[in-house]
Write a protein that binds this ligand. Structure first.
Ligand code: NAD
Length: 330
């Protein structure tokens, strides 16, 4: 599928963007992306309205000379002075709890916010990366999911506000590439976990860790035999930045292909926290995907990227971060 695209190098291997704009940079993934860009020597401007992110995520970056953060809603007017060579568009409520609470805002940031971020890249002659999602595959009928699978999404189901916003964002990014010659790429991110997730954001790993640390039952949806493939945040950030710098147009899956049942995730969390919690089965949400696993051969082939952090290792460091969060709160 990708042979038809000419792969253009964005920068020499090892050279980082001089100045990057990260929309949604105060969120879970965005803050790690900002940090990695700064570590590589970039100047970073974060644009975020803190609707699901928080300045607390940016606290470790606040004193770094090359970092700036502006509180703004990217669906409204904003202006970025000076040159920019990379726009990473990550702004969007990403957990079901958030996007079900903010359906219109989610559609707006996927549509209007994406257009504004693309306009910024166009104005500056910058490369543009859209943070898309494995949710564009919906409840997939092809397993594992390669990039040329078109998906199985219910456009009027409750999750549609997120899934279709991202599908529209992918279409808009492609149209800007084809109509205006913008250097764009699309990353389809699969479930990612790690430090800075919010304990109440509703996603499986932080929910289970919070419940286990509190000694509460872990709420597993349905029989728990549905699968997820979870990627540690450091691996994800490496993949995203490698794609951003590669010149490849995407879409490209980035995620960990190790597949776990939700029940297994819950049991592993109980073991890793040493908790005495039990498991309580609760009702499955509408349109909850039955299986989820990325085919990552394209990322391996083009970027030489593979995840390197095991589930056991990643879970340990996430549990340790959540335990300290509890202590800081106590
Ligand atoms: P998050 O909710 O922690 O971060 C999203 C950030 O976007 C927040 O800081 C929020 O305040 C900001 N934002 C939302 N609407 C905005 C607006 N109108 N203007 C400015 N800022 C706005 O979510 P995350 O997990 O860090 O996800 C980041 C991106 O990656 C999202 O685009 C998401 O769809 C994508 N993604 C994440 C995962 C995952 O497993 N974490 C999986 C697939 C895709």
């Amino acid at each position: 599928m990708h042979d038809m695209f000419e792969v253009r190098m964005y920068a020499d291997e090892g050279v980082w963007p001089r100045r990057a704009v990260v929309t949604g940079g105060a969120g879970f993934l965005g803050s790690h992306v900002c940090e990695a860009l700064l570590d590589g020597g970039s100047e970073v401007l974060c644009l975020d309205n803190f609707v699901t992110g928080t300045p607390v995520n940016l606290a470790p970056l606040a004193n770094r000379a090359r970092f700036r953060s502006i509180q703004c809603d990217i669906t409204g007017y904003f202006h970025v002075p000076g040159p920019v060579d990379l726009v990473l568009h990550m702004a969007c409520p990403a957990s079901p709890v958030d996007y079900l609470k903010m359906p219109i805002e989610t559609l707006e940031v996927g549509a209007i916010g994406t257009q504004h971020a693309l306009d910024l890249a166009r104005e500056k002659g910058a490369r543009f990366l859209l943070a898309s999602t494995s949710e564009v595959y919906g409840d997939p009928q092809v397993h594992p999911q390669p990039e040329d699978y078109w998906g199985h999404v219910n456009p009027v189901g409750p999750r549609a506000v997120y899934d279709e916003a991202k599908r529209y964002a992918e279409a808009l990014t492609t149209a800007y590439r084809n109509s205006y010659g913008i250097d764009t790429t699309i990353v389809r991110i699969f479930n990612t976990y790690g430090p800075r997730m919010r304990p109440h954001d509703g996603r499986a790993v932080p929910t289970f860790i919070r419940q286990a640390l509190a000694g509460e039952p872990l709420t597993v949806a349905g029989d728990g035999l549905q699968t997820r493939s979870v990627c540690y945040v450091d691996d994800l950030v490496d993949g995203v930045l490698a794609l951003a710098r590669s010149g490849h147009p995407g879409p490209m899956n980035i995620g960990n292909p190790d597949e776990l049942t939700v029940l297994q995730i819950a049991e592993d969390v109980i073991a890793a926290t040493g908790s005495r919690s039990t498991i309580r089965h609760v009702e499955r949400p509408v349109d909850d995907p039955q299986v989820r696993r990325p085919d990552t051969s394209l990322a391996e082939q083009v970027l030489g990227w593979q995840p390197s952090v095991s589930w056991a290792e990643g879970l340990r460091s996430t549990v340790s971060w959540f335990s300290q969060l509890e202590l800081r709160r106590a």
